[in-house]
Design a protein around this ligand. Sequence first.
Ligand SMILES: NC(=O)c1ccc[n+]([C@@H]2O[C@H](COP(=O)([O-])OP(=O)(O)OC[C@H]3O[C@@H](n4cnc5c(N)ncnc54)[C@H](OP(=O)(O)O)[C@@H]3O)[C@@H](O)[C@H]2O)c1
Length: 312
Amino acid sequence: MPGSRAPVPRRSRSTGSARSSRAATANRTPRRKPHPCPALRNARRHHHTAVTSRCPQGHRNLSREQIMKITVIGAGAIGGNLAVKLSAAGHDVQVADARGPEAVRAEVLESGARAVELADAVQGRDVIVLSIPFGVAGQLADLFASVPAETVVIDTSNYYPGMLSEPIEAVDNGQVESVYTAELLGRPVVKAWNAALAETQRTKGVPAGTPGRLAIPVAGDSEEARKVAMSLVDDTGFDPYDAGTLADSWRQQPNSPAYCTELTLDELPAALAAADRAKDAAIRDSLPERFAALGADPTVDDVVEMNRAAHR
Ligand SMILES: NC(=O)c1ccc[n+]([C@@H]2O[C@H](COP(=O)([O-])OP(=O)(O)OC[C@H]3O[C@@H](n4cnc5c(N)ncnc54)[C@H](OP(=O)(O)O)[C@@H]3O)[C@@H](O)[C@H]2O)c1
């Protein structure tokens, strides 16, 4: 049910009965790498089975079944951070960038994530996160043609016509951004991590249960895929909120009340409900002017306040 706050069940690793034994071998969960957190490294050394506690930094000690094979495509501000966070959480993470493995920053790789060629990035993965500019997903359609249907694909993109993207007529005429991306890619996507600033995602994630923890909306048509994305949002330090279908995800697009305004789980549902397409588009179009008024080097808090003020 959209809006549900029930605990997010973890997805068991699927073996896919119809797969060949070769594919099954390729998909076997890799040997768990040493955890970056010393507390959990020691816990693993002393326990035969996984413990479910978290280390003081909030890292969860994942069991074998909970470790997901994740590829992040796009190693920029959002993708690089997600690779770091998901790797630190204990997942098996690969990163692929348009300019090849050499373009992936050293600090991303320090987390344990591996840089791979784009051509090798999508096979045998449980989850693929697309963290690339809006409108370029069509360049990956051939690569994704052979990706199994059960692989969960998550889209982080946002459309800023004339600023970060060429104007796209279908989206200007009202097509929901991630629905457009799914069409370009030729397969369903879940929308997540689009409605929080890169700096919010990098610096404000905290362990589950921390008072004031910020929430991130997750939308998608497959309930199972949505739940997978929600569990990963949790792993990056944010409360996941089930925001319903992809068709509903216009409510978390730029510059809606829920977009980059740093809300908690208590505040987010009302903000999503208050979205208004015409008003939000007008706010987006006034962004260059409002952003310029913040000066040369605005902080993340300045930008969040600017976004909130636009809806008062
Ligand atoms: N920045 C934010 O605050 C924020 C917040 C939420 C969501 N988002 C959205 O998340 C997405 C990523 O944002 P970002 O800030 O991380 O952007 P970014 O720093 O510019 O990174 C984008 C990355 O995508 C790579 N890329 C571009 N085309 C590609 C392709 N065809 N195949 C593979 N990789 C490709 C780029 O590689 P090259 O450098 O080699 O071109 C770059 O590493 C965007 O859609 C953005 O709208 C951004």
